[in-house]
Design a protein around this ligand. Structure first.
Ligand code: PLP
Length: 397
């Protein structure tokens, strides 16, 4: 066992994933393991599959895999692409790069539309590239909430462009589902992938793919280089009545997800999105209050992660470490070339108003420890507090 102090001293997990989870979700995971073909679990499984449709805002089956979010992404690549197939990838950060790497791993010919980290994708450019490439329908891979930079892409417009070219959009919504509105059926998005450990308020361990009939047919026409991740096999099992999973489902996480989805639906999707929007607004105000610039495109829909640029005068890599080791607040710093340059404040899932003030206060203390004075003390949390005074201080259900 790890030293108990490391996990039982009061800690604030404030990352975008894994995220903190509601006590009721933790509790259900302590119950005995159920047999996955026994009625008690089958009833839970059926309910989870139905409630997932409500949260993904679709009538598609949400195909479930025992994997992290990247497994949901890999399932899309494995089912839609073969060696030599063209794949159009829109990338503006770490997770867009993951699409590129995945498509390359499956031998696809990647046509990458790349942006600086912190920029948003430009639908007009995607339109031009699709027109240039021409030919039969393509899969276009894109990230909804780019968790590495806080940027949120305009999926509605991107998807309109892609549909115009008779192609399909595959959206990585791992950090977006349950935080930002993505009405899949209303917008006609063909594939949305997600994972359990972000705004869905569960531990890591489930990957999802919400796949339209059209995308399923495209996949069926694609030669097999997949087994566990085969969409048809999983869809076939999930579509039986009662549903019957093709493989052993991660029963414990399904039990957790059952509780988490009911909490989300009890709060109401609209209310959940509104809460995230207020938390993000408060985080943006707080960063300005600390005298820092915000990193990334200015966007009122960027509601999962709010990113601060760290001052050049301090050692930025020390910021998340000090916040965690001295103040017990775990946030994420920058990845790759943004390491030491940014601090990412998360509000994605089981987050409420005071989680924002906690993050801002710990950030301010760490900055002061490194020689960056904020005056008067509490300016960051104070600015967030003014947003809560105006809009209410929302808490999750
Ligand atoms: C977290 C995340 C993923 C998946 O990461 P895993 O570690 O495989 O769960 C993919 N895309 C985005 C945008 C994410 O935030």
């Amino acid at each position: 066992m790890p030293p108990l102090a490391d996990i039982y001293n009061k800690q604030y997990l404030m990352a975008a994933g894994p995220t903190p989870i509601p006590p009721r979700v933790s509790q259900v995971m302590a119950e005995p393991i159920t047999y996955h073909r026994a009625p008690a679990f089958v009833a839970t499984y059926a309910r989870v599959l139905e409630n997932l449709k409500a949260v993904f805002q679709t009538s598609n089956d949400i195909l479930c895999f025992a994997s992290s979010g990247s497994g949901g992404m890999e399932s899309a690549v494995a089912n839609l692409l073969g060696p030599g197939d063209p794949a159009i990838v829109v990338s503006c950060g770490k997770f867009g790069e993951r699409w590129i790497e995945l498509c390359q791993a499956y031998g696809a010919e990647v046509i990458a539309i790349e942006y600086e980290w912190g920029e948003r994708a430009d639908p007009a450019e995607i339109d031009n590239v699709l027109a240039e490439v021409g030919g039969p329908p393509k899969a276009v891979f894109v990230t909804h909430s780019e968790t590495s930079t806080g940027v949120v892409n305009d999926i509605k417009t991107i998807n309109e462009v892609v549909l115009k070219h008779n192609s399909i959009t595959v959206v990585d919504a791992v950090s977006a589902i349950g935080a930002i509105d993505l009405p899949q059926d209303e917008w006609g998005v063909d594939v949305v992938v997600a994972g359990s450990q972000k705004a869905l308020m569960c531990p890591p361990g489930l990957g999802f793919a919400s796949v339209s009939e059209r995308a399923l047919r495209m996949a069926e026409g694609q030669e097999g280089r997949r087994y566990y991740f085969d969409w048809s096999r999983t869809a076939k099992g999930q579509r039986q009545s009662p549903p019957n999973s093709a493989f052993t489902p991660a029963v414990t996480i399904f039990n957790a997800l059952d509780v988490a989805l009911s909490l989300i639906l009890e709060e109401g999707l609209e209310q959940v999105f509104a809460r995230h929007a207020i938390l993000a607004r408060a985080a943006r105000a707080g960063i300005a209050g600390l005298g820092l610039s915000r990193f990334g495109a200015d966007d009122p829909n960027a509601n999962t992660v709010t990113v601060a640029e760290l001052p050049d005068s301090i050692d930025g890599t020390a910021v998340p470490k000090l916040m965690r080791d001295r103040y017990g607040v775990t946030i994420a710093g920058g990845q790759s070339h943004l390491k030491g340059k940014i601090a990412r404040l998360a509000h994605c899932g089981y987050y409420g108003a005071f989680d924002i003030t906690v993050q801002l206060t710990a950030l301010e203390l760490a900055l002061r420890d490194l020689g960056w004075e904020v005056s008067p003390a509490g300016s960051g949390a104070g600015a967030a507090q003014r947003v809560f005074a105006e809009c209410g201080a929302p808490q999750p259900a």
